[in-house]
Design a protein around this ligand. Structure first.
Ligand code: 13P
Length: 285
């Protein structure tokens, strides 16, 4: 069933677990995610990045995710990841997205507040939830790159201001993760998560979560992270399975035979994440 991002994240916030927000670009990813959610009885968020919208288009993404959600009993939210453009956000809302992210984190605080406020106003009028970001998360997510030197951790006082002045539903914070493949082991600022959670008492979001060790993920969830974004780990599973298949059967030419095992491989990775995040068994009717 299709629900709002707020319904999913408020439940996670109240029950101290995190929900995986998995990036989707094609049908196999949507199917892998919904199958994993059903097998683990987990609420789930499927999200489209700027790159996904360019590759597949808003209409395709929305039709695929809505079909998956409507044919399933687990709660599913359809979310826009790193929205930056007002028109595109409106288009997503018109196409049935139940949650949008406005990423104005590159702006100074006042600009971030003004931009987020505007999106909250239109999204809430349509019954759609809003995630915003404060602090700068490093790394590359499709078209958006933040250099390591420009990445800055979230200031808790600024986070309070952004939340109080905009009425947003969930907040992405910068606490040491980065989008893409890590060069070394990421060091998370767990105390900062605790401070921010105590001050805000709302669902918190961790971006750049692929490659973060299980122990760190669990510590982050215990301290108040409720949405965990995963893209790269699913890409890796897809990539590895396709390469293996083609290496073993170089004459194969049926796309279903080549891509089918990749769908299964992605599902296994996603199931592991759902168990790790604590969302397995948390689906409600
Ligand atoms: P990863 O690619 O590191 O998993 O990050 C995904 C993400 O944060 C999407 O917003």
């Amino acid at each position: 069933m299709l629900v709002t991002g707020k319904q999913i994240l408020d439940h996670a916030h109240e029950n101290n677990y995190a929900v995986g927000a998995f990036n989707v670009n094609n049908m196999e990813q949507v199917q892998a995610i919904i199958q994993a959610a059903e097998e683990t009885q987990s609420p789930v968020i499927m999200q489209a990045s700027q790159g996904a919208l360019k590759y597949a288009g808003v209409e395709y993404i929305s039709a695929m995710v809505k079909t998956a959600a409507e044919n399933s009993s687990v709660p599913v939210a359809l979310h826009l990841d790193h929205g930056t453009d007002f028109k595109q956000i409106v288009k997503c809302i018109r196409n049935g997205f139940t949650s949008v992210m406005i990423d104005a984190s590159k702006m100074p605080l006042e600009g971030n507040i003004d931009t987020t406020k505007k999106i909250v106003e239109i999204a809430h009028a349509a019954g759609v939830s809003v995630e915003a970001e404060i602090g700068k998360i490093g790394g590359t997510e499709d078209d958006i790159t933040v250099d390591e030197r420009d990445a800055t951790f979230t200031d808790p006082e600024e986070a309070v201001k952004l939340v109080n002045e905009t009425g947003l539903d969930s907040l992405a914070i910068a606490v040491g993760t980065a989008h893409g493949v890590y060069k070394g082991e990421p060091k998370l600022d767990f105390d900062r998560i605790v401070t921010i959670k105590e001050k805000l008492n709302i669902p918190l979001v961790l971006h750049g979560s692929s490659g973060v060790p299980e122990e760190s993920i669990k510590k982050a969830v215990e301290r108040g992270i409720n949405k965990i974004n995963i893209d790269t780990d699913i890409r890796m599973a897809f990539n590895e399975a396709i390469r293996d298949f083609v290496k073993n059967d170089p004459d194969a030419y049926d796309p279903r035979k080549i891509v089918g095992p990749a769908r299964d491989a992605m599902k296994e990775v996603i199931k592991e994440k759902m168990t790790m995040f604590g969302s397995a068994g948390k689906a409600w009717k």
